[in-house]
Design a protein around this ligand. Structure first.
Ligand code: AMP
Length: 190
């Protein structure tokens, strides 16, 4: 199986590149942010809980996020592999993902990290907020919170995969197609 973690700060382009990668490699795309938003829209209990954190730009607690992700992985009958988009975002989530995949006889193949500097992220998120209507992309204070949470809680996940020799950084600025080709080159050489 080909199991990829697509990593990067909010606004780095993970969603855009995931859509292209699943089309090319026929992987199952699991975006925890998308799943939370679908639950919010559907008015589920999980959605209600997640919304209270998402609206403040905070992370949804690990036990909730890990439980949800595990149940989504377990739903897949015979996957060719997964793209994890927006997960793991904490070291505890990274460890839980390793344990889950190990119990299925597989593992993470590589972490592809889209690297974009903060000023560019702030600009992109505000534009996305206007286009998509996402509330957490429209307020500069919430955007800053998300970037701060990323630096404090999510950056250690990079070290986790560096330690396993699975981390590959890709510049996330430039043409979508150029970035996509760089990601594909890493996957094809993995
Ligand atoms: P995203 O669409 O990936 O930017 O996620 C939107 C929001 O959903 C984040 O700001 C978090 O509040 C929440 N979220 C998404 N993925 C996770 C995760 N792996 N752990 C905790 N919270 C998450």
């Amino acid at each position: 199986m080909l199991n990829i973690v697509l990593f990067g700060p909010p606004g780095a382009g993970k969603g855009t590149q995931s859509a292209k990668l699943i089309e090319k490699y026929h992987l199952v795309h699991l975006s925890t942010g998308d799943i939370f938003r679908a639950n919010i829209k559907g008015g589920t209990e999980l959605g209600l809980l997640a919304k209270s954190f998402i609206d403040q730009g905070k992370l949804v607690p690990d036990e909730v996020t890990i439980g949800m992700l595990a149940s989504e992985v377990n739903k897949q009958a015979d996957p060719k592999g997964f793209i994890f988009d927006g997960f793991p975002r904490t070291s505890a989530q990274a460890k839980a993902l390793d344990d889950l995949l190990q119990s299925k006889g597989t593992s993470i193949s590589l972490m592809l990290a889209l690297e974009v500097e903060e000023e560019e992220l702030r600009k992109r998120l505000l534009i996305r907020g206007k286009d998509s209507g996402r509330a957490d992309d429209q307020n500069p204070d919430i955007i800053q919170n998300r970037i701060d949470v990323y630096n404090a809680e999510t950056m250690p996940v990079k070290d986790y995969y560096l330690g396993q020799n699975k981390y590959k950084g890709i510049p996330g600025i430039g043409e979508i197609e150029t970035i996509f080709n760089a990601l594909c080159a890493e996957i094809d050489h993995a």
